[in-house]
Design a protein around this ligand. Structure first.
Ligand SMILES: Cc1ncc(COP(=O)(O)O)c(C=O)c1O
Length: 391
């Protein structure tokens, strides 16, 4: 029986969340990775998943996943260091390292656990970690776990970062970690300038390319698009978004990856990825490496839609990617706008605090490469309706 003291606190907190329109519930969805999902039984255009290239339902990925299951089984049955390994695991690491032009690469069960392992392994009590204020939660959790001193800088504010780096220039060790695409805003880190500051202040540079892989830099990420890949110490990425599968990955020099393999608790103490995910990831990587045009098409489409939304007067922040926020302000407006889009046949996520700062609740549109001209027209018309009704 739950003790009464806990029960009272929990009930109170749930009631408060509900009152502030912040109570999270799993939506009544089916087929959430498809271009058209089912919401309460209604077919809606899916602008809420991270399947940016439309690969999660791709036939070649499904075939590769099924073959891997038949050959290796449904589960990995142990952690990678015990018996949870199969040939395609090694193939995927080798091919991803080559794709990212790095000496070595290692896989994790998710992007989340990859970030935990990076921070837990490389940062400790004597490390100062510089972290953009809008970095993903997995990075913050990893820094907390590591016991390092966290120094957050204002989002994409290079002058503020420089000031903070200057103040910590006598620290024993310095590490900077940044998303390359910020997941709720769709804007990009100033990687060249960040790399310059890291060189100047002798700071290890780690980047999270979870939302950029498959899309930018011929699928390799923003560091490649911007020509700074060789100035980055660790390239973190994920198969769960553009690649339509599951798993996190970290690539870099072989000593760094070997260290990670030895120190990363979220690698050592968990069961390895299932064969199906590895099979699908390998197929996705090969598709993107052979033909990066899906990402290019997606970016052209995203720019067109963002310009259209801005012409209607919507605030899309500084988005420069396939993630387009439509910032509406308060939670109730964001939820009402989401519901209105549903009536127009479109499903977009309403993002509220604490995921985004107070007063910046928004719709988060994540575009996908398999949208047709008709789909885009439908999205534009729906926002025309929203504009008329929500001002
Ligand atoms: C920037 C960033 N890093 C890491 C992750 C975690 O990746 P995964 O979903 O594979 O655990 C996410 C997921 O939302 C993310 O947005």
């Amino acid at each position: 029986m739950t003790p009464k003291s806990f029960y009272r606190r929990i009930e109170g907190e749930l009631a408060e969340l509900k009152k502030a329109s912040m109570l999270r519930v799993v939506p009544n969805l089916d087929n959430g990775a498809a271009k058209e999902l089912l919401f309460n039984g209604q077919k809606l255009l899916n602008l809420a998943s991270n399947d940016y290239l439309g690969l999660a339902m791709d036939e070649s990925l499904a075939r590769a996943a099924a073959e891997a299951v038949r050959k290796y089984g449904c589960g990995a049955a142990a952690s990678r260091l015990v018996t949870g390994n199969f040939q395609i695991y090694d193939d995927l690491e080798r091919e991803l390292a080559a794709f990212k032009e790095q000496e070595d690469c290692m896989l994790f069960t998710s992007g989340y656990t990859a970030n935990l392992a990076i921070m837990d392994s490389f940062a400790g009590r004597r490390t100062v970690v510089f972290s953009d204020k809008l970095n993903h939660a997995s990075i913050l959790d990893g820094i907390r776990m590591s016991g390092a001193r966290q120094v957050r800088y204002r989002h994409n504010d290079l002058a503020h970062l420089k000031k903070r780096m200057e103040a910590a220039k006598d620290a024993h060790e310095r590490l900077l970690i940044t998303d390359t695409i910020f997941s709720m805003d769709g804007d990009l880190a100033y990687l060249e300038e960040v790399a310059d500051l890291c060189d100047f202040y002798d700071t290890m540079l780690v980047i999270d390319e979870a939302h950029a892989e498959g899309v930018f830099g011929s699928g390799k990420g923003i560091a490649f698009e911007r020509g700074v890949a060789d100035r980055v110490d660790l390239h973190m990425g994920a198969f769960s978004k553009g690649f339509g599968s599951l798993g996190g990955a970290v690539s870099g020099r072989k000593e760094l990856i070997s260290y990670l393999r030895n120190k990363g608790r979220s690698f050592v103490f968990t069961t390895a990825l299932p064969p199906a995910a590895i099979g699908a990831s390998l197929a996705a990587l090969r598709l993107v490496a052979e033909d990066p045009s899906r990402g290019q098409r997606l970016l052209a489409m995203s720019l067109d839609l963002k310009e259209y939304l801005e012409s209607l007067g919507f605030d899309c922040g500084n988005s420069e990617s396939q993630i387009i926020p439509v910032i509406l302000g308060d939670n109730k407006t964001a939820l009402a706008a989401r519901d209105r889009l549903i009536e127009e046949g479109i499903y977009a996520a309403a993002i509220r605090p604490p995921t985004v700062p107070e007063g910046t609740a928004r719709l988060r549109l994540s575009l996908r490469a398999d949208l047709t001209g008709d789909d885009l027209q439908k999205i534009k018309s729906a926002f025309g309706v929203l504009k008329a009704e929500f001002g």
